[in-house]
Design a protein around this ligand. Structure first.
Ligand code: 8YV
Length: 333
C-alpha cells in the first residue's frame, strides 16, 4: 500500500494490543483505548467519516444508522461471528460489504457450552459459592448437594453448525447421546462419527431430551424459536443451555417455567436484553437453578487475537480490491 492513503478504519471497542498495533501499522486506525461503548450519535459520526467500521455485538448497525453513512463507507468488518447486530440487507442495498469472523471462536464457545452443561446439573457454582461465602462447612454428607448425572443422558442440539458440531464432539466424550435439530441433516460421515440422531421436528426433540443446547444463529427466523409453547414441551427434569443469542429463547417464558419447576435448570451466557439481566433470572441464579455468565463464550485471549487477525485479513483483502474471505451475504443471514 506504499504511497497510497491508508483507509480510515474506526474500531468501536478496545481490542487486544497485538491486534490494535497491527491495525495501526496497516490502516489509519481510530482506536477506542478506553473501551467505552460508542453512543448512537458517536456511531453516526463514525459511519459518516470512515472507510471501514469494525463493530462488535454491542453496536447496533441498523438501517437508520446506515442511512446516515458517508459515501466512503464501503466495509463493515464485524469483530464477531454473529451479525445480528448489523442490518446486512440494508448494508447490501447501499453496496456496503459485511464480513464476520467465523471458525476461530468455535472451539472456545463449545468449551463454554460444555462448562455450562456440566455446571448446572452438577451444581458447580452453587457448591463453589457455599465455600466462597465463608460459611463453615460441616463436612461431606451422602445426601448433600446432589445433582444429576451427565453420562448416559440425551443431549438435543438446536443448530448443528460449526459450534453445534464442536459441542457434540465434546458431549459424546462425556457419554451423552447426541440428537440434533437443524434446517438440514449434517453430512452422513459427521452423523456416523457422532452417532447422532436427526430430528426434523424440533417439538419432538424437545419433548424427549435431558439437556438442550442452543447453538443456532440469531436471525428473524430463529427469534423466540424456543417459544413459551415449545419450552413447555421440555421434561421437568430437563436442562437448557444457551451460548448463542438471548433472543432465540423466550426468556420471560423460560423464567416462569423454571420458577414453576417445569424445567430443572438453565445455563445462560446470553440474554434477551443484554447487558441488562432480568432480576428474576438473577434470583433463580442465587437459588442455584440457573448459572449465568456475562457473554463469555469466545472470551479467550487466543480467540480474540484470532478474531482480530480475521478482521485485518478481511479489511486488507477488501481494500486491495479482492473479495474478503468472510463475506456475509444478506440471503445467508
Ligand atoms: C463475540 C459472539 O465475542 O462472535 C459472536 O457471535 O457471540 C461473541 O462471542 C461477539 O459477538 C463480539 O462481537
Amino acid at each position: 500500500m506504499a504511497g497510497r492513503k491508508k483507509p480510515l478504519v474506526v474500531i468501536t471497542r478496545k481490542l487486544p494490543d497485538p491486534v490494535e498495533t497491527r491495525m495501526r501499522e496497516l490502516f489509519d486506525a481510530r482506536l477506542n483505548v478506553d473501551d467505552r461503548p460508542m453512543t448512537q450519535p458517536e456511531l453516526v459520526a463514525a459511519v459518516k467519516e470512515a472507510d471501514v467500521i469494525v463493530p462488535t455485538v454491542t453496536d447496533r448497525i441498523d438501517a437508520a444508522l446506515l442511512a446516515q453513512a458517508g459515501e466512503r463507507l464501503r466495509l463493515i468488518a464485524n469483530f464477531g461471528n454473529g451479525v445480528d447486530n448489523i442490518d446486512v440487507a440494508a448494508a447490501a442495498k447501499r453496496s456496503i460489504t459485511v464480513t464476520n469472523t467465523p471458525n476461530v471462536l468455535t472451539e472456545d464457545t463449545a468449551d463454554m457450552t460444555m462448562a455450562l452443561l456440566l455446571a448446572v446439573p452438577r451444581r458447580l457454582t452453587e457448591g463453589a459459592n457455599i465455600l466462597g461465602s465463608g460459611v463453615k462447612w460441616d463436612g461431606w454428607s451422602p445426601t448433600w448437594m446432589l445433582g444429576r448425572r451427565i453420562w448416559g443422558k440425551r443431549l438435543g442440539i438446536v443448530g448443528m453448525g460449526r459450534i453445534g458440531t464442536a459441542v457434540a464432539r465434546r458431549a459424546k466424550a462425556f457419554g451423552l447421546s447426541i440428537h440434533y435439530h437443524n434446517r438440514h441433516k449434517v453430512a452422513a460421515a459427521v452423523e456416523d462419527e457422532l452417532e447422532a440422531t436427526y430430528w426434523e421436528s424440533l417439538d419432538q426433540m424437545l419433548a424427549r431430551m435431558d439437556i438442550i443446547s442452543v447453538n443456532c444463529p440469531s436471525t428473524p427466523a430463529t427469534f423466540h424459536l424456543l417459544s413459551a409453547r415449545r419450552l413447555a414441551l421440555m421434561q421437568p427434569t430437563a436442562y437448557i443451555v444457551n451460548t448463542a443469542r438471548g433472543d432465540i429463547i423466550d426468556e420471560t417464558a423460560l423464567i416462569e417455567l423454571l420458577k414453576d419447576n417445569k424445567i430443572a435448570g438453565a445455563g445462560l451466557d446470553v440474554f434477551e436484553n443484554e447487558p441488562t439481566i432480568n432480576p428474576k433470572l438473577l434470583k433463580l441464579a442465587n437459588g442455584g437453578k440457573v448459572v449465568v455468565l456475562p457473554h463469555m463464550g469466545s472470551a479467550t485471549l487466543e480467540g480474540r487475537v484470532d478474531m482480530g487477525e480475521k478482521v485485518i485479513i478481511n479489511i486488507r483483502a477488501f481494500v486491495d480490491g479482492h473479495r474478503p474471505p468472510d463475506r456475509v451475504l444478506p440471503n445467508r443471514v
